[in-house]
Design a binder for this molecule. Sequence first.
Ligand code: OAD
Ligand code: ZN
Length: 261
Amino acid sequence: MGPTDLEGFQEARDLLASADTVSVLSGAGVSAESGVPTFRGEDGLWKSYQPEQLATPHAFRRDSRLVWEWYDWRRGKIRECRPNPGHEALARFALGARDVRIVTQNVDGLHEEAARTVAGGSDADPAMPLELHGSIFRVKCTSCTYRVPHRDPIPTESFDDLPKCPVCGSLLRPDVVWFGESLDAGVLSEAFRVAQSAQVCLVVGTSALVHPAASVPLATRDGGGEIVEVNPTETPLTPLASVSLRGASGEVLPSLLDGLE
Ligand code: OAD
Ligand code: ZN
């Protein structure tokens, strides 16, 4: 059975084909086929810690070395991952004639990489994602406004090895949003504005448990649009979706979006 045989496939395609404006909300599942561990899957644990135990300001204050060790491990894994056909199909879709905006909860940079690859030398901007939860390949200062891209391994043997701010000497941290922290207000309001005006919100690979990100598709419904979901399992958004395709995004998206560029 191929993706086109999935229940609701034609309905989902018709909805997308007739929409001029589409917002996409993606989560960790879109990168699963690239080898990036999801948060709530079986591979989500690191040394028996749940993400909620490590991805917090409190955990970083208590044991910054441990939290940096976890991020260094995740950064190492993600550095070896490449975009999969799902990222590429979304990038082609966003570079096409429709007004498409990709909003992601992912911090892995794979939508961005797919955008550059698919665009080749030309303008990749329309396929660049709004990153709700920041980027794992940026660091920022815990005290001042210093913030830079950073891809190299982080030494985490001891606290003294951890990276410090070249401006003020304070500890640097990953430029990602942790539990209990606010999302960037500008990015968040842009995501809701885009979703509100979209005719379809295509929700891909998210458990839809973490808010406010999981509320983005609700703005599309409030604006009179419809939700199309791609996820192997049911989520809290499923009852609100016009159609849910139960498949893996790397398999479903290339067929679903084929010819809609
Ligand atoms: P989760 O790990 O919570 O959910 C991943 C979702 O992807 C699940 O619903 C899976 O069923 C689905 N999935 C798995 N494989 C898939 C595939 N091949 N194709 C499509 N879907 C697949 O990840 P998120 O929903 O992204 O926040 O988690 C939300 C936030 O919680 C993350 O951004 C992160 C985390 O804590 C922060 O870091 C702030
Ligand atoms: Zn500083």
